[in-house]
Write a protein that binds this ligand. Structure first.
Ligand SMILES: [Zn+2]
Ligand SMILES: [Zn+2]
Length: 332
């Protein structure tokens, strides 16, 4: 059988949608008929890597599907089960990080759509150990972004460490999901973005404050008294100095978006204002369960635009140019 897949042809190469001959699942693997897969900025990050473990590589780490068949020795799953494929596939399970619920930092992790073939395909073959259970009462296209964007946004808001009533500023990217998570925790939300359309969307979704990208830091500091935490969700490094400027004393800067660029840290302000700077990558498995529970209850609804798989290369180009509002999802 042939399955259509969106594949990166070589490191830093072209992304093309082509037909791939399917093999049988090996021991420990399952065959998943994908229902939907979100497209993520991290797909661009993967496509920009100088080296990759496999090419051509099927991209995609926001996958929702149903198990079609099981390879030998798979337990705990049956055909027809609905599953999710996230960026975090398997981990070693034995290191100190794995044993303390921080398996996302395991040095021996594998990742769908990066070191393993991903979910941007009609049929995916995946290690059963890398799959997660997902709700069955939500449409696949609305659930797909939870596997990465929702999980990431939830973890980042938690890393900000704020109490209800405090103010968090969100810079770009997964803003609309982080906004919903932050509001569910009773936080005041400021949204900064270069796109006026995104700011308008944020106001409609309940952001108390919005600020235009290039002067957002100064506006948030001078006109609104600064923020308790700033979360940089975009991979555009230009947002970091703005987020930094927006912080109150003892504020926290949470970095989520990845890019290959650098940022020069202002040392005086960091020290005398007692600022904290932390990176946030996905979250513990309990966060993912919370995100799916919120989605299942209808309190976390991503803005989704659905497309067919043939549009993937074009969508990634649009994403590079910042033209996608909300999340683009491929529906199979
Ligand atoms: Zn992602
Ligand atoms: Zn480990």
């Amino acid at each position: 059988m042939i399955a259509r897949a969106a594949r990166l042809q070589a490191p830093r190469g072209a992304i093309a949608v082509d037909g791939v001959e399917l093999r049988e699942p090996s021991p420990g693997e399952v065959l998943v008929r994908m229902e939907a897969c979100g497209i993520c900025h991290s797909d661009l990050f993967v496509a920009a890597q100088e080296r990759l473990a496999v090419t051509p590589l099927t991209l995609g780490h926001e996958g929702i599907g149903r198990i079609e068949s099981l390879g030998p020795g798979v337990t705990g799953w049956t055909a027809g089960d609905r599953v999710g494929m996230t960026f975090l596939a398997t981990t070693c399970g034995t290191c100190e990080l794995c044993r303390s619920g921080r398996e996302r930092f395991c040095a021996k992790q594998t990742n769908f759509g990066f070191s393993l073939h991903g979910a941007l395909t009609e049929y995916a073959i995946a290690p059963a150990a890398g799959l997660v259970r997902v709700p069955t009462n939500v449409e696949a296209a609305a659930l797909a972004p939870m596997c990465c964007a929702g999980w990431t946004a939830f973890g980042a808001v938690r890393e900000a460490g704020l109490q209800a009533g405090q103010t968090v500023a969100l810079f770009g990217g997964l803003g609309h999901l982080a906004l919903a998570v932050a509001r569910s925790k009773g936080l005041r939300v400021a949204v900064a973005d270069v796109s006026e359309a995104k700011l308008e969307m944020a106001r409609a979704a309940g952001a108390e404050i919005t600020a235009a990208g290039e002067s957002a830091g100064r506006i948030l500091q001078k006109e609104h008294g600064g923020v308790d935490a700033a979360i940089v969700l975009t991979g555009s490094a230009a947002a970091i100095p703005q987020a930094f400027k927006a912080l109150k004393r003892l504020g926290t800067l949470v970095l989520v978006g990845v890019s290959l660029s650098q940022y020069e840290l202002p040392l005086v302000d960091t020290v005398v204002k007692g600022l904290q700077i932390r990176g946030s990558y996905l979250g513990p498995k309990e966060d993912l369960e919370s995100v799916f529970a919120l989605a299942s209850a209808g309190s976390l609804q991503p803005h989704v635009e659905c497309h067919e798989i043939g549009k993937t290369p074009e969508l990634l180009e649009q994403m590079k140019r910042g033209e996608i509002l909300g999340r683009a999802v491929i529906r199979f």
